[in-house]
Ligand binder design. Structure first.
Ligand code: PAF
Length: 284
């Protein structure tokens, strides 16, 4: 495994490796969700292809400097995880070197980023688009993998690739979950064991919603039942949003006539905000 912190060096290493690069961009603090992406990249690349991973806490996607400062770093553990997953190239730049000190070009997404999580994080997805585009320019990957846990991010990156005709296939990977169904997230560490057990209700509620949708239950009833199932927790839970949206445009829908996504963000206690979602195929 080759490790570099230099952008030009990373670009050269990727160019030498040839066309078949499978790329996993991350911000480090790697957990089983990231490992699943790296292993899938390894499987798709085969022995001929190259797996590249970036570890970079992108300052442009943080709207609050406290969040950036408190973002967890675990470089040695992350590099070990990359090695174990069979990664070939790791790019781990320093923020001061990655962006030019007087960089002045911005990327602006004007539709999908206004909804769901983007509604309360102005500028966040523009920062994600900027870093992903720059990383793609360095790695020139044939394909890049992103988790479906951040479904909105995945939808926006698909849109970025479509609108700018990027020659990279965007692959969404299923959310990796705890045994009880709770979606893996670094935020789970902030929950007590009891809260973690209870928070599995989010996934159960989403599963039930999907099975009811497939049985023909109307969308407004599915939403009502899901809301009730979440709010019946004995813990302090507050729904930030619970929305049925079109999978591609993320616009609100009121039926299952096109592929949709039931997406939610729920506060456990005052601080821990969990997100999850369920894809629901179209019902004719
Ligand atoms: O999902 C993440 O970890 C980040 O948003 C990404 C895609 C690596 C861009 O910084």
């Amino acid at each position: 495994m080759v490790i570099t912190s230099n952008s030009q060096n990373f670009q050269e290493l990727c160019a030498q490796a040839g066309k078949k690069i499978y790329f996993v961009p991350t911000m480090g603090a790697l957990h089983r969700g990231h490992t699943a992406l790296m292993k899938e990249a390894r499987r798709l690349a085969g022995s001929e292809g190259t797996v590249a991973v970036s570890i970079f806490v992108n300052p442009l996607q943080f709207d609050r400097s406290e969040d950036l400062d408190s973002y967890p770093h675990s470089k040695e553990k992350d590099l070990q995880a990359c090695e174990t997953a069979g990664v070939d190239i790791v790019f781990i730049p320093l923020a001061e070197q990655f962006y030019e000190p007087n960089h002045s070009i911005e990327i602006r997404e004007t539709s999908l980023s206004k909804r769901l999580c983007g509604a309360s994080r102005p500028g966040h997805f523009n920062g994600v688009c900027a870093v992903v585009l720059k990383l793609f320019m360095l790695a020139s990957p044939q394909a890049a993998l992103f988790g479906k846990k951040d479904f909105q991010q995945l939808a926006i990156i698909r849109r970025l690739a479509r609108d700018l005709s990027l020659p990279t296939t965007i692959i969404g990977h299923d959310t990796v979950r705890e045994d009880n169904g709770l979606a893996l997230s670094s935020r789970n560490a902030l929950l007590t064991e009891e809260e973690k057990k209870d928070a599995a209700r989010l996934y159960r509620a989403l599963q039930k919603a999907k099975s009811n949708a497939l049985k023909g239950t109307a969308a407004h009833l599915v939403l009502k039942q899901t809301k009730e199932a979440i709010e019946s927790s004995s813990y302090k839970v507050k729904i930030d949003y619970l929305e049925l949206v079109n999978q591609e445009t993320l616009e609100k829908v009121d039926s299952f006539s096109a592929p949709s996504l039931l997406a939610l963000a729920v506060f456990y206690g005052d601080k821990v905000r969990l997100i999850d979602s369920m894809e629901i195929p179209s019902q004719k």
